[in-house]
Each structure stands twice: as C-alpha cells, then as structure tokens.
Design a protein around this ligand. Structure first.
Ligand SMILES: Nc1ncnc2c1ncn2[C@@H]1O[C@H](COP(=O)(O)OP(=O)(O)OP(=O)(O)O)[C@@H](O)[C@H]1O
Ligand SMILES: [Mg+2]
Length: 265
C-alpha cells in the first residue's frame, strides 16, 4: 500500500469523528496531496453528505476548493457471519489495492459502533485519530480506570480492538508503520476538577497503549455551522468575505493546522 491511511475511529457516538475526518481530508487536499475519502458509516453517511454539500457550493459560488475523491464502502449482506467477514475482507482489500497507488492519503471515517468493516479499517491504519470528549464516559471506551489513583486497570472494548487490529495485522495487510493520536475534542476553556482528572487518566492510558494525546478542536459553533455548507474552517480564507475573519475563526484555523502537522506522512 503506498497511500498513507488515516483512520478516524472511536466506538463512542458523537465524539467528533466525522468533523475530524472532514477537516483532515480537506487539510491534506489543500496541502496539495491527492486525497481519497472513504465513508464506512453507511447509515448516517455524513462524510459523503458533506462532500455533496461541498460540490454544490463550489458550483454555486464558482470557486475552486480542493476536494477529495469519495467512495462509500458498504458492509456485506451475507447472513452467514463467516462468509460476511470473508467477503468484507476481500472487498476492502480489492478497493484499497485499487486506490492506494493513485492517492497519497486515504481518509476513512468509521461509525460509532463495532462492525467488521470498522475493524478491518483499523487494521489498515498508518495513523489512527481517536477524537474524545473530556469525560470519563469517553475514556471508559478505551480503558478501565481505577478510581482511587486514576491508573489503568486494562483496556476496555475499543482499546482492546485497536490493540488487536493494529498489533496483529491480518493476512492481507502489509503496512508496518502505525501511530495513534488521541485528540481531545470540544475542549472548553474552563479549568475544572473533572478536566484535571481526565488529563491524569488520559496520560496513564497513553503510557499503557502507546498513543499520543494531542490537543484537538475547542468547542466552537463554527464546526457545526460549516457542515451544511460543505466547508471546513481551512476554507474560510479562500472565501474572501468582505468582513474578513473573526478572532474565533482565526483560532479555529490555528488549532486545525496545529493538530494535523502532528501527522507525519
Ligand atoms: N469542536 C466542536 N465544537 C462544536 N461542535 C462540534 C465539535 N466537534 C463536533 N461537533 C458537533 O458534534 C456533533 C457530533 O460530531 P460528529 O458528527 O463529528 O461526531 P461522530 O463521532 O462522527 O458521530 P457518530 O458517532 O454519530 O458518527 C455534530 O453536531 C458536530 O457538528
Ligand atoms: Mg460520524
């Protein structure tokens, strides 16, 4: 596989996977890389929907915005569990082999629940980005935490799945290099007891799993507002709006840029 594969995953619904996938795909497109987006969340399909909005805005405003190519990868409908897994593995491998030489970066958005295709995607990752809200409910998906001293008892369901899929790569996958970034999403400026405890627990989990904790996106209305317009915050300077950029928009561009320079292609 020659493309660098970035998977955005977390078995926690609503943690910011699609928002992150959108921003990372647009960011690398703007940097001049050939980017292919893959949506494994066939039920919500919100990554693909974003790109439909984006193409509409490009046509309406007649502006040139860098845009990744896109495919949806659907799960097998075979009723037999063994056949379903086999077919999905073949299907995913066939698609990845076909697109990986034609693109520099493949960005895969995954659903917030366990499934064969999502597990497969994790096994292909060169970079896994896991967005996480500052809460023990979110950390609980990764690891079981001892309440007395915030140390790690062991992996919980998502953490164990990542270790399995990336540590023992399956029969068809060849890539060796792998990095795991856990990003704190919807960060608030308030300093609370909960925030301090989450930091301690997350650092303990980082040592346990070997992931890197990175600062992600602050809580900003703009991340929600731009979705329907098919825009990422990186596009704002290209729109040349007469009012210019607000301080919050500038800060958003800075935090997105800071996050993705962490990814070594
Ligand atoms: N930093 C942020 N600031 C404000 N709103 C945000 C931020 N990140 C995500 N959101 C909003 O939170 C909601 C959930 O985000 P998103 O859809 O990206 O999560 P998800 O992990 O993909 O969810 P799902 O598991 O359902 O696929 C969306 O309405 C999104 O616009
Ligand atoms: Mg999503």
């Amino acid at each position: 596989m020659s493309a660098h594969i970035i998977v955005v995953g977390n078995e926690k619904g609503g943690s910011g996977k699609t928002t992150t996938a959108i921003h990372v795909a647009v960011y690398f497109s703007m940097m001049g890389y050939r980017v292919h987006a893959l949506d494994l969340d066939h039920r919500q399909a919100s990554f693909g929907q974003f790109l439909i909005h984006r193409r509409r805005v490009i046509a309406q405003k007649a502006i040139d915005l860098p845009t990744p190519d896109f495919r949806q990868l659907r799960p097998s409908a075979d009723a037999d569990g063994y056949m379903r897994a086999f077919e999905e593995e073949e299907r995913a491998h066939e698609l990845m082999s076909r697109i990986s030489d034609a693109y520099d970066v493949i960005v895969i958005d995954t659903p917030g629940f366990d499934g064969g295709l999502s597990r497969l995607a994790h096994s292909y990752a060169n970079t896994l980005i896991t967005p996480l809200n500052d809460s023990f409910i979110d950390i609980g998906v990764l690891a079981r935490i001892r309440q007395e001293d915030m140390s790690v008892i062991g992996p919980s369901h998502y953490g164990a799945m990542v270790l399995k899929q990336t540590g023992a790569r399956g029969r068809l996958r060849l890539t060796e290099d792998f990095e795991w970034l856990v990003m704190r999403n919807r960060i608030s400026t308030l300093f609370t007891q909960n925030k301090r405890q989450v930091t301690t627990a997350l650092n303990a989990a980082a040592r346990h799993f070997g992931f890197k904790v990175v600062a992600g996106f602050s809580e900003r209305v703009i991340y929600r507002d731009l979705y329907m317009q098919g825009l990422s915050v990186m596009d704002l300077p290209l729109l040349n709006t007469p009012r210019g950029l607000s301080p919050s928009e500038r800060n958003a561009i800075d935090e997105v840029t800071r996050l993705f320079t962490e990814i070594s292609l």
